[in-house]
Design a protein. Structure first.
Length: 337
């Protein structure tokens, strides 16, 4: 069962393998992305399949819209696999599909499931969901606070500033500062309830430029790296992978990051990269080398973001603190190669 998930709708496609192992999509339908729609979906699947036939439900990890259905299926004992979007999009490009629609996307997901051996999805630890809710709320408050700061600056710059307007702006600023402080306290409280996750956070914080909030955000947005198998998957999930458009010898676009991944993960890596460039000689050298190569500072900052994120995954997998000699040894190994 391939499922294309949207905010309000589930577009589904049932596929099966024939006796000669050819793939067939044989049933299609749409359902509401609601608890009642989930019941209708599983009832319809039961009618479309032989009794006792196991069905694997496959869907993309699309923001938060897939989560209610995922929790419903997993909680009711159904086989479920959740796939990183870049895997589906790469598979989609191998198909002879001229038009991209919700229906063709569901068919592609179904065919992907038929052609792969997939692992069962298990709901993440509740702490990661709680941390993600808090870090995203904090991001919204920070963005709103930036807007309010700009409003205050504009009001003060006027020839005759309005005292009442400035008073209201200061009240909003005080409220946002207080709420941001409350979220920080709640994050610490949540971490104190799970020593294992807290230890992971402190382990990741041994990397230069990475603070507690960054470590929490990365673990929260990846569910503790649950769906991540390697560095390439991680950078693609974050949208920090480089895409280059090229057609023969006549058309060649500038390489740029895809930005098709998790925007919260990308945002979490921006300030740590700047801090690492300022305070760590290894990342400062990477930044300087890339700027001297192409002259684009932001492109070099993105490269450092990618390096930092990969390092966080490496530290997580190894379960050991950051080694200051790691990048040097890695570079020496590349030179020898």
């Amino acid at each position: 069962m391939g499922i294309d998930v949207a905010q309000d709708e589930l577009v589904v496609c049932l596929g099966r393998l024939q006796e000669d192992f050819t793939q067939e999509c044989y049933a299609r339908k749409s359902f509401a992305n609601t608890p009642k729609g989930f019941d209708s979906l599983t009832d319809w699947v039961a009618r479309q399949t032989q009794s006792g036939t196991p069905v694997r439900y496959v869907m993309e990890a699309t923001g938060v819209y897939h989560e209610p259905l995922a929790y419903y299926l997993e909680g009711n004992g159904h086989q479920l696999s959740i796939i990183l979007p870049n895997k589906i999009s790469n598979f989609f490009r191998t198909l002879d599909v001229k038009t991209v629609t919700d229906q063709t996307a569901a068919e592609a997901i179904s065919l992907f499931g038929l052609s792969r051996t997939l692992n069962d999805w298990r709901r993440p630890k509740a702490i990661f969901k709680k941390l993600r809710q808090l870090t995203r709320e904090r991001n919204q408050i920070i963005d709103e606070r930036t807007v309010v700061k700009n409003q205050m600056h504009a009001e003060k710059a006027e020839a005759e500033p309005s005292k009442s307007s400035l008073a209201r702006i200061r009240k909003r600023m005080d409220l946002l500062n207080r709420q941001e402080k409350e979220i920080r306290a709640e994050l610490n409280m949540v971490l104190d309830l799970d020593q294992e996750v807290k230890n992971l956070v402190m382990l990741i914080c041994t990397i230069p430029g990475v603070g507690i909030l960054t470590a929490i955000s990365v673990l929260a947005e990846t569910n503790g790296f649950e769906l991540i198998r390697n560095k390439r998957q991680l950078t693609s999930y974050a949208g920090l992978d480089v895409r280059e458009k090229q057609s023969g010898t006549s058309v060649k676009g500038k390489p740029k990051i895809s930005k098709r991944g998790n925007k919260y993960l990308r945002k979490a890596m921006h300030m740590p990269a700047l801090a690492a460039i300022r305070h760590d000689d290894r990342y400062k050298a990477i930044f300087a080398r890339l700027v001297s190569k192409h002259g684009i500072k932001m492109k070099a900052v993105v490269a450092v973001q990618r390096k930092l994120l990969e390092m966080m995954f490496t530290v997580f997998k190894k379960g050991s603190a950051y080694d200051k000699q790691y990048l040097k040894l890695q570079a020496e190994g590349m030179e020898e190669g």
